[in-house]
Design a protein around this ligand. Structure first.
Ligand code: AP5
Length: 297
């Protein structure tokens, strides 16, 4: 059976009897379909319609039962002070685990670029290093989280939630992370990272003049700097961060994974990789157990 990424796996088995209808249950992440294996790609409602077309048991006929476990995609949040390395690590996480990267800051900058009223209002707050009001940012993130690519591949939420009210907006939708990564970096390093940060508008890649310089002159000549990347503004952003971070952390204590962000980006990623891989392994074990329990019914 084909597996897409690490989130899908299944087993096929043959049976000569029709399983009881309860085993068709599609408890949140498991589907059991009757028919040929190609049907296992169908959605839950397809499986239900197959069951409703079920004919009385025929002992002469071997029925192939395909039990497939549709595992819930991975859900990761990453938090940390301004310039702690969230964007840098997201790039590496996305490349390895195939998650959809949703950065609240990037969504806001894209809105600013459209010249919309919301964008203009957002910029006023960002220039002061303050949080953009919830009525702008919450809906933006929620809408992105509902897109099909996110549902299919899982998400990597960067810079959201930043306050208890934002976290509660997700809780109310039943949206929780499997792991909440917190990057810890000392304040002196943060200021240095902010003022040296440059962005490539063509590739979106994040550089640092000292720690991660551009590969060649052509790239160097087109690099840009964010309007809020000044020493003065990062101090305001840091203040806002420290005012809010504790309330967010308290909500995700049980899935918290703290990482020392003071070291090189490769070393930081190595730690994050271990944390996410452990979560994935755990999800696999749980899903296999629930699948086995379903087959045994
Ligand atoms: P946002 O864009 O999210 O900014 P931020 O949180 O301040 O974080 P940064 O993007 O500045 O840094 P980063 O942690 O991604 O670090 P990076 O990897 O780039 O938000 C901007 C503003 O939007 C906020 O101030 C707020 O106004 C508003 N906003 C955003 N979300 C909001 C929300 N939820 N609600 C309300 N308002 C919201 O790295 C930084 C530099 O360091 C780079 O140059 C990089 O090359 C370098 N670097 C990275 N890692 C290392 C390393 N290990 N060693 C050496 N250098 C490194």
């Amino acid at each position: 059976m084909a597996a897409s990424l690490s989130y899908f796996s299944g087993v096929s088995l043959s049976a000569t009897e029709k399983p009881s209808i309860p085993s068709l249950s599609t408890s949140h992440n498991r589907r059991v379909c009757f028919s040929n294996s190609s049907r296992n790609k169908h959605k839950h409602h397809d499986c239900v319609s197959l069951s409703s077309r079920w004919k009385p048991p025929c002992t002469a006929r071997a029925i192939k039962i395909v039990a497939a476990a549709q595992k819930e995609p991975l859900k990761v949040m990453i938090a940390g002070a301004p310039a702690s390395g969230k964007g840098t690590q997201c790039e590496l996480i996305k490349n390895k685990f195939g998650l959809v990267h949703i950065s609240a800051g990037d969504l806001l900058r894209a809105e600013i670029a459209t010249g919309s009223e919301n964008g203009k209002k957002a910029k006023e707050f960002m220039e002061k290093g303050m949080l953009v009001p919830n009525e702008i940012v919450v809906m933006m993130v929620k809408e992105r989280l509902m897109k099909p690519d996110v549902e299919q591949n899982g998400w990597l939420l960067d810079g959201y939630p930043r306050s208890l009210s934002q976290a509660m907006a997700l809780e109310n939708l039943g949206i929780r992370p499997d792991i909440f990564i917190l990057l810890e970096v000392s304040d002196e390093l943060l200021v240095e990272r902010v003022v040296g940060r440059r962005l490539d508008p063509v590739t979106g890649k994040i550089y640092h003049l000292k720690y991660s310089p551009p590969e060649n002159e052509e790239i160097a000549s087109r690099l840009t700097q964010r309007f809020d990347d000044t020493e003065e503004k990062v101090k305001l952003r840091l203040k806002t961060h420290y005012q809010n971070v504790e309330s967010v952390i308290s909500l995700y204590e049980s899935v918290m994974f703290k990482v020392n962000g003071d070291v090189s980006k490769e070393e930081v990623f190595s730690e994050i990789d271990k944390g996410i891989s452990a979560i994935l392994e755990n999800k696999r074990t749980v899903d296999s157990a629930s699948m086995a329990a379903g087959v045994a019914q």
